[in-house]
Design a protein around this ligand. Structure first.
Ligand code: HEC
Length: 273
C-alpha cells in the first residue's frame, strides 16, 4: 500500500518534470512542486524499510567473528547510537583520525565482525542483494539522530585540521573542466537543468542541505544512498577520479560541510529525486 502511494507520486512527479521548459521561472515551480511531493512522501518514507533492516543488522551476530555491532563506539561510547550521527565526523583516539559515520561503521564491521575492507569496498553502495550492507546500518544510525541539532565537533586539533583539509578539497580546481565543488556549490542560485544547487559555503540552512536528508531514498532507482555515495557521484560529475570507499578524503569533505551545517536540525533519512 505504502509502496503503491510512493510509486504513483513518483510517477506524477516525473511527468511534471518532463513537461517543464528549462527556464528559470519554471525551475522554481518545479522545485516547489518537488518539495510538495517530498512532504507527502516523507510521511510514508520508504527509508524506514532500510532503517529497520539496519537495526536488525546492527544487532545480529555476523561476519567471520560472529559478533554484533552493539559494542561499536560511534564517539559517544560503545553501543551508544542516539545522537551519534549528528556529531560525526569526529576524532577517534583508537584510529588517530577524524572519521565520518559510514567510515566508522565500516571500521567496526572490520574490527568487531571481521569483515575485510576489500570485500566491503567491492560493491559499496546499496544493492538489494549485497549482504554486508553498510548503507542500511548507516540509515539506522542516522535515524537515531532525527530532529536533533547537527553538532559536528571542532574541539580536537585533528578536527580543526580536517576541517581545513576538507575546505581545501572543496575549493581545489582541476580536471578537464577545471571544476571544484565550489564551481557548482559555492554560490547562491546555481542550477543544473531542474536541479537547484545548494551553496555549501554558506553556514546554516544552505550548507545543511549537504547533510539534512542524507542518507536518502532515491526515487530514481528506488534505492537508499548514503552521503558517501553522493560525494563519489559528485566527484564523477566533476570529472575527477572517484575516491576509494570510505576514504579520508570524503571524511574531510564531510567535516567541512558538517561544521558549516552546525546548529541546524537533522531531519533524518530523507527522500531524494
Ligand atoms: C558539475 C557540477 C557539480 C560539481 C562540480 C559538484 N556537484 Fe555536488 N551536486 C551536483 C548536482 C547536479 C547535484 C544534485 C542536486 C539535486 O539532486 O537536487 C549535487 C548534489 C550534491 C549534494 C547533495 C545536495 C542535496 O540537496 O541533497 C552534495 C552534498 C554535493 N553535491 C556535494 C558535492 C561536493 C563535495 C563536490 C566536490 C567534490 C561536488 N558536489 C561537486 C553538481 C555538482
Amino acid at each position: 500500500m505504502r509502496h503503491a502511494l510512493v510509486l504513483c507520486a513518483a510517477a506524477g512527479l516525473a511527468a511534471g518534470l518532463a513537461g517543464q521548459p528549462a527556464v528559470a521561472q519554471s525551475d522554481d515551480r518545479t522545485a516547489a512542486e518537488f518539495d510538495k511531493f517530498r512532504e507527502v512522501l516523507e510521511e510514508a518514507n520508504p527509508a524506514e524499510l532500510w532503517e529497520l533492516k539496519g537495526e536488525e543488522l546492527w544487532k545480529t551476530r555476523r561476519g567471520p567473528k560472529n559478533a554484533s555491532l552493539e559494542q561499536c563506539d560511534l564517539g559517544l561510547g560503545p553501543g551508544v547510537v542516539k545522537g551519534a550521527y549528528v556529531q560525526m565526523p569526529r576524532y577517534f583516539a583508537d584510529t588517530g583520525k577524524v572519521m565520518d559515520a559510514e567510515q566508522r561503521i565500516v571500521h567496526c564491521m572490520i574490527t568487531l565482525q571481521g569483515f575485510k575492507y576489500e570485500e566491503l569496498a567491492k560493491a559499496p553502495f546499496s544493492r538489494g542483494n549485497y549482504t554486508p550492507d553498510p548503507v542500511s546500518i548507516v540509515t539506522y544510525v542516522a535515524a537515531q539522530s532525527r530532529e536533533m541539532k547537527i553538532a559536528v565537533p571542532q574541539s580536537h586539533p585533528k578536527e580543526r585540521e580536517t576541517y581545513e583539509i576538507g575546505k581545501q578539497i572543496f575549493y581545489y580546481r582541476a580536471g578537464p573542466w577545471d571544476f571544484s565543488c565550489a564551481s557548482c556549490h559555492g554560490e547562491d542560485g546555481l542550477r543544473i537543468r531542474t536541479q537547484n544547487l545548494p551553496n555549501f559555503t554558506k553556514p546554516g540552512a544552505q550548507a545543511a542541505r549537504s547533510f539534512i536528508g542524507w542518507p536518502g531514498y532515491r526515487m530514481t532507482g528506488g534505492v537508499m544512498h548514503s552521503l558517501q555515495w553522493r560525494m563519489n557521484d559528485c566527484f564523477r560529475q566533476q570529472r575527477f577520479p572517484e575516491p576509494g570507499y570510505a576514504s579520508d578524503t570524503i571524511a574531510a569533505l564531510l567535516t567541512y560541510m558538517g561544521v558549516n551545517s552546525n546548529g541546524e536540525l537533522y531531519r533524518g533519512p530523507g527522500i531524494k529525486r
